[in-house]
Every structure is written in structure tokens, then in C-alpha cells.
Design a protein around this ligand. Sequence first.
Ligand SMILES: Cc1ncc(COP(=O)(O)O)c(C=O)c1O
Length: 421
Amino acid sequence: MAYSLGPIEARASTERAPWRDPLSYWGSIDAATADLDAPVGVLHADAVRFNAHDLLRRAAGKPVRIASKSLRVRSVIEALLELDGFSGVLAYTLAEALWLADTIDDVVVGYPSADRGAIARLVTAPLAAARVTLMIDSIDHLDLIDAVRPPAERETVRICVELDASWRSRGPLGTVGVHRSPLHSVDDIERVARAVVERPGFVLVGIMSYEAQIAGVADTAGRRAYNASVAYMQRHSMPELVERRGLAVERVRRLADLEFVNGGGTGSLEQTTQDDSVTELAAGSGIFAGRLFDGYSRFSPAPAAAFGLTVARRPEPAVATVLGGGFVASGPPGLDRLPTPVSPAGLRFIPRESAGEVQTPLAGAAARPLRIGDRVWFRHAKSGELSERLDGFAVLDADASGILRVVDDAPTYRGEGRTFV
Ligand SMILES: Cc1ncc(COP(=O)(O)O)c(C=O)c1O
């Protein structure tokens, strides 16, 4: 692989930070990719390296499991795994995990699977069964696996149990966090952990508890009152979780020799790493740094992934229309889910059309000098979802004289012919 994240270890991660100078940053990307056809995805290798090392710095010595949903590029996952500090993958589907497990020996599926076909493949393949761990939060999940193949006819299945990390505030905020595992109390998780331990054909190896309300909620992105309520929520939620998670881990460790306790995400690494009950962290979004990750007070990732579209028509002197653009992110619909035109600076969407299915008109003074064939650069709101829109990313790295060049093509999952959700 021509593209490696390794050498950055030899130099300070902030030594080269072209993204602090947006004009030259995006301008140099333009020059380096002039020959590539749109939609063109780019990964800026130095930005990826900076982000990788910044995640490790914030993890403060605990290993970071790579949340693959936030990348969806196999060569980047493999390059990260070559760095000391990243260890294992947190996959998003079992089919994906089976695919990755051909080359990666530690893959935890971060979300329960009800995919009978994939379960059948897992439990009849000794190597995959040794490498892949399934997430459960209910005895029904065990029943489903047994219904696919009873224990006597299959491999032992590695199991991780998920503890709900949401904060059940007594105030007006109500429950804050994601609606995932029903196992909230220490007794809840102990009950399911005991069931795993007592049933043949399963081995309990881990606990996961993801504090989305800390890791996934930006604390400087909104208005002052909103930011203040996020700060209040995060200040109260984390101590509650640390205490509950600590007790849950202690109780479950009496039943099984756990290999790992996973917590956190890109937005919470410095807090989660301080929780003594957590043995490893998870992170992914901080590598490509989708725009929603600009709004955190605790860290500033480099915009490492972008996509370029080409101006295809000029309906008016102050409007330039690019082909493509409607790469809208998942989650509660809102303007923050749209891609952001970043270069040339000063372009904006026309509200009645916005980011279009096939065409996206862009307005503003910056549109005037644009000509047919010129390129406009965008950032996606999220990180891994951009990979579903592209066959691959051109990896850009500086040559010996500091000029940015395409050094590699990193196919996305989609480019490898895979879609998992
Ligand atoms: C279970 C789990 N862990 C960790 C994360 C953090 O991922 P990221 O660093 O990409 O935000 C997520 C993201 O949603 C998640 O679902």
C-alpha cells in the first residue's frame, strides 16, 4: 500500500497544519486533482494523520477501537490498525464484520444482528467465529442465534452485552441519549450476562456502553442557551454513567472474564478514558471529520475528507450549478445535515432547491467568476456516509518539495461493491 499513516509518528502532529489556512488548503487540493472526474472524493493524508494522532492523544493510553461506519474505507481502517494505539474494529453489521474478518482478527459488531444468513455463515466458520463478537441486549438475541443453529451444531459465539448509557434526568430534559439497549440498571445487565454464561454455545467477552449524549452532541454548535443546556446535561450525565457503568462492570466481572469494556466515541475520548471501568474506547468520525464534528470545545479535527463537484451550467451571472450535491446526512432533518460548500469560499445554497438530486445551484458573489468545468469543494456533515456516494477517495500527500499529489486511490466499501445498511 503506497499510503501509510505510520511516518507521522516521527514528527509532531501539529507540525504541518495546512488546514489552518483554508485558502491554500482547498486551493492545493484543486490543483492536485484537476485531472480527476467528479464526483471526486479526496482524503488529505496529513489531515488524516493529524486526526489519528489527535484521537490517540485524547485517548491518553487506552486503545481505540475503530468505528468503521464512520469510515467505510478498508485501506484506511487497515492503515489505522498499523498504528500503535488503534486496536480492533467496531463494525456496524455482521455481514460487514465477516467480510473484514478475512484480514482483521478482532471485530466487534457494535449493533445487534437479526441477519439469519450472516449468523449462519458466522457460526459455521471457525476462523470468523474466533474473530467476530456479536452485540446483544436481550435473551431473544441468543434465541435467534440458537434458532439458526443449535449449540451442538455450531461454533461457540462470542458475545458482548450492551449497557444503556442514556441519562434519565428527573428534570425537563427527560431521557437524554440514544434509544438502544433496554439494559439500564446493574441488575438488568447482570441478568442477561448470567443467561449468556449459563447457556451452552456462547462465551461472554465484553460489555459496551456508548454515551452518545456526550460523544455525539456538539457543545459549541448552537445558540448560547442551547450550548448551556448541553453543558449542563453533559456535566450531570457523565458522573451518573461512570458510577452505574462501574458497578455493572464489577457485577458482570464476577460472572465472566471480560476481555474488554468499550465506551465513548470521537466526541468524548478525554472523558471516557478517565472511567476506570472502561478498558478501550471507540472512535471513527474524528478521522475524516465530517462537519458536525467542528462544533466541539474539546478538540478541533482537520477537515480530512471532501468531495469535489464540477460546474456544469450558469443559469444567472451570480449562480453556478454543479452536477450532484444532494449528499444529505442521516439524523433529524435540518440544515445542519446538508453538505457545506467550502471552496471557493462564500457559496451558498438557494433555499428552494438546496442540495439537489442531480443538480445544485450555488449562489453568492463567489459564483460569479466560476466557469463551466470549474470545481467546487464540499464537506459532508457526517463522516462515513460520504463513502456511500463515492467509489473511492484520491489520497493526497505532499511530495519531497511539499507539493500535494495523488499518491493512492482508496476504494470505499461501495467502490468494492459492498453496501451493508
Ligand atoms: C456504539 C458506538 N460506539 C461509538 C460510536 C462513536 O463513533 P464516532 O467516533 O464515529 O462518532 C458510535 C457512533 O455512533 C456508536 O454507535
